[in-house]
Write a protein that binds this ligand. Structure first.
Ligand code: GLU
Length: 304
């Protein structure tokens, strides 16, 4: 089982579409089930209508899915259970300072030491969900050392979690799980065995593996795919021109898919393509291993 896990925070853009199409094509070729899971907790502001718009754009692209998970924000109990498990093992502590404050105040101390003034009473079984205990940042203790990550596309690598981010947040003051905990718990309970996503999330795979070990959950197979970037080398974003899929939503998706097919090594030139053709022609072995630059000419071709 794989999952399409959009965040309904802004309209999906070309980069999201490339990852979703590749994920969906691999599922089609390898017989994986496809779960849609709209991740509405990893950002505080979800615009009204954004969830429906996310589904609409995926359907417009020609993607479909076998199941839809409940919205993350409506099914928090398993994450609360996981928080209690980690608390019971003494692996988390409350810390309401931001990472910037931590970095500024205590260059020689671990985050745990900086936050030692905080009450270290973990959320026990039966802690009311609306209690002050739940309205805090809870951080996971991270040991030094490198976490090996075996990625089916990227190969093996090692991530220095302590150096990258230190004790990372798994729970937020809004009384909802942070992304790392929510995704770890949901992937396991929803039977996700394949995770296909942008390789900006490779460091997160290491953090998720740590949580999986602490919680006794399986590690899915990781496939972290290269990103689309703007001509300045930065991750594709508004500053590079509007690459949101809603821009082309009134027409056919075939130019969008055609461009993404060329970026995925399926064609040598620009020509329209539908999702079914993409799904049959896609080959993970032909996917260029480097990031792709999206130019104003590419966007102009989509507008034509
Ligand atoms: N919801 C996340 C995003 O849109 C994806 C997280 C994941 O694939 O693990 O960036």
């Amino acid at each position: 089982m794989t999952r399409l896990a959009p965040s309904p925070t802004g309209a999906l853009h070309l980069g999201n579409a490339r990852t979703f199409l590749a994920n969906w094509a691999m599922a089609h070729q390898r017989g994986w089930g496809v779960l849609l899971r709209v991740e509405d907790i990893d950002h505080p502001r979800v615009r009204p209508g954004a969830v429906d718009q996310t589904r609409d754009v995926l359907t417009w692209l020609g993607l479909h899915w076998d199941e839809e998970a409940p919205l993350q924000s409506t099914a928090l109990e398993p994450c609360i259970e996981a928080l209690r498990t980690l608390a019971g093992k003494g692996l988390i502590y409350p810390c309401d300072r931001t990472r910037a404050e931590l970095a500024a105040s205590a260059p020689n101390e671990g985050d745990g030491a900086v936050c030692a003034h905080a009450s270290l009473r973990p959320p026990e079984a039966g802690t009311p969900y609306d209690s002050p205990t739940m309205h805090r940042t809870w951080r996971l203790l991270v040991d030094s050392g490198h976490e090996p990550v075996l990625d089916a596309f990227r190969g093996p690598s090692k991530v220095d979690i302590a150096g990258d981010c230190g004790d990372f947040a798994i729970w937020t003051p809004s009384a909802v799980p942070a992304y790392q905990l929510a995704v770890t718990v949901d992937d396991a309970r929803q039977g996700v065995t394949q995770v296909v996503r942008g390789d900006d999330l490779l460091p997160s795979a290491a953090r998720q593996q740590l949580l999986q070990r602490h919680l006794g959950l399986p590690t899915p197979r990781w496939w972290h795919l290269p990103l689309l970037r703007g001509p300045d080398g930065r991750r594709l974003a508004k500053r590079h021109g509007d690459s949101r899929l809603t821009r082309w939503r009134d027409g056919s998706p075939e130019r969008v898919i055609g461009l993404l097919a060329m970026f995925s090594g399926l064609t040598d030139d620009l020509r329209p393509m539908d999702a079914a053709t993409f799904a049959s022609a896609f080959s993970i072995d032909r996917l260029p291993p480097h990031d792709i630059t999206v130019t104003p000419e590419h966007l102009a071709w989509l507008d034509a």
